[in-house]
Design a protein around this ligand. Structure first.
Ligand SMILES: [Zn+2]
Length: 395
């Protein structure tokens, strides 16, 4: 067999075993043979290598049935570390985590401008600070994940389009690999969040789910058949730019009436300044006024209703098990979400609504950086077929 094929198969078996150990928590070699269908010799050889790499460790159970206690294998979450960074206009937020995505250090760095060179400098500094702040050695770092808005070509590591930074066709992954000398992965920020839902929630049963983020923009991540769906070039899930009203306001993308132009933070604040009071400061101010003022509340009701209609469209198209709503905008709260649920129920096809759960995610500042970290964790556990096209190993 050619060497390349042998290595590929070995890599596939390795990720098969890593995944099995991860999903079981603790598992014997015999059970791994049964679960994977690999030969006992292959399981022994590969788990031996994983133990040597410190990714897996052996533990003896306190089994008191009299015989030799079975030796179980478990994942060593501190066998490697990853860094996730959310890159946005004005700042980059990073977290260093172990393989269970437990945060060991986090940090934020301001970006003076939107130049690519500036971003490369800031990310390099941030990575160095996170390593220093968590007391790990650089060689224990298994990779850096970057999440950012826009159309991102994950396979080729290219930022095709980022509206906030004004970037077009920037080979960000390769530029960072040559600076950081570790594997780097880049993806759309909502995709990284979606991956973290898939990878970091133990035993998540849903094979078909959609993550929607609301806030400064509107984003969407799609999991079909257990796999993230990115489209042909990373553009899938641009929910913020589906057309809602052809005569609507001008959007950042240059067209009129996109969902984002109607219900993003900025759109709602702009509308509130025109319709309610010119001295409304920000979204939090609008939310506060909506508690007591009907005209302010109406803005959130209308936004919730527009979003609910879009979710009904998505469920009609994709029939997912679960829709997760996340992002800074979930603080719009009860007024927004009761309108959302009502319009959803009114517009979803009969028979599809009952078994589709809409879940509002708990929201924390860390989740974007954690999402980017999970991009690397997912790669570590992913088959080398995807890895070959998806990553560049630093020499
Ligand atoms: Zn648009």
């Amino acid at each position: 067999m050619p060497r390349a094929n042998k290595e590929l198969i070995r890599g596939m078996n390795r990720s098969l075993l890593l995944n099995a150990i991860k999903s079981e928590g603790e598992v014997s070699r015999v059970a791994l043979v049964h679960m994977t269908g690999l030969s006992p010799a292959t399981v022994t050889a590969i788990t031996g290598q994983l133990i040597k790499e410190n990714l897996v460790f052996e533990k003896t159970t306190g089994d008191s049935t009299g015989g030799r206690p079975p030796i179980l294998l478990a994942l060593n979450p501190r066998g490697g570390f990853v860094i996730g960074i959310k890159l946005m206009e004005g700042q980059a937020v990073g977290a260093l985590t172990d393989l269970n995505a437990t945060i060991l250090a986090k940090d934020t760095i301001a970006m003076e401008d939107n130049q690519v060179e500036t971003a490369l400098d800031m990310i390099t500094t941030l990575v160095a600070r996170l390593i220093k702040g968590s007391d790990i050695r650089k060689k224990q770092l298994m990779g850096v994940g970057i999440g950012l808005a826009g159309v991102i070509d994950f396979n080729n590591g290219i930022v095709k389009q980022n509206p906030f930074l004004g970037w077009h066709n920037i080979p960000l992954r390769d530029l960072l690999v040559s600076r950081l000398r570790v594997p780097v992965y880049i993806d759309n920020d909502v995709n990284t969040l979606t991956l973290s839902e898939k990878w970091l929630e133990p035993g998540r049963p849903e094979d078909h789910f959609i993550v929607i983020t609301i806030g400064r923009g509107i984003g969407m991540g799609i999991v079909f058949n257990g796999q993230i769906y990115r489209g042909k070039g990373g553009g899938a899930g641009e929910l913020g730019h589906v057309m809602v009203d052809p005569d609507g306001p001008l959007c950042d993308c240059g067209r009129h009436g996109c969902l984002e132009s109607l219900i993003s933070d900025r759109a709602l604040v702009g509308e509130a300044r025109r319709m309610v009071s010119s001295d409304i400061r920000d979204l939090d101010d609008l939310i506060e006024r909506a508690e007591t003022q009907a005209d302010a509340a109406n803005i959130l009701v209308r936004a919730g209703s527009i979003m609910g209609g879009q979710i009904a469209n998505l469920v009609n198209l994709y029939d997912p098990n679960l829709i997760i709503i996340s992002g800074e905008g979930i603080r719009m709260g009860e007024i927004f979400f009761s309108a959302l649920h009502k319009t959803f129920r009114d517009h979803v096809m009969p028979g599809l609504a009952e078994d589709t759960e809409i879940r509002i995610d708990s929201w924390g500042d860390d989740i974007w950086a954690l999402g980017a970290a999970s991009l690397v964790i997912a790669e570590i556990f992913t088959s080398p077929i995807q890895k070959e096209e998806g990553s560049i190993m630093a020499s």
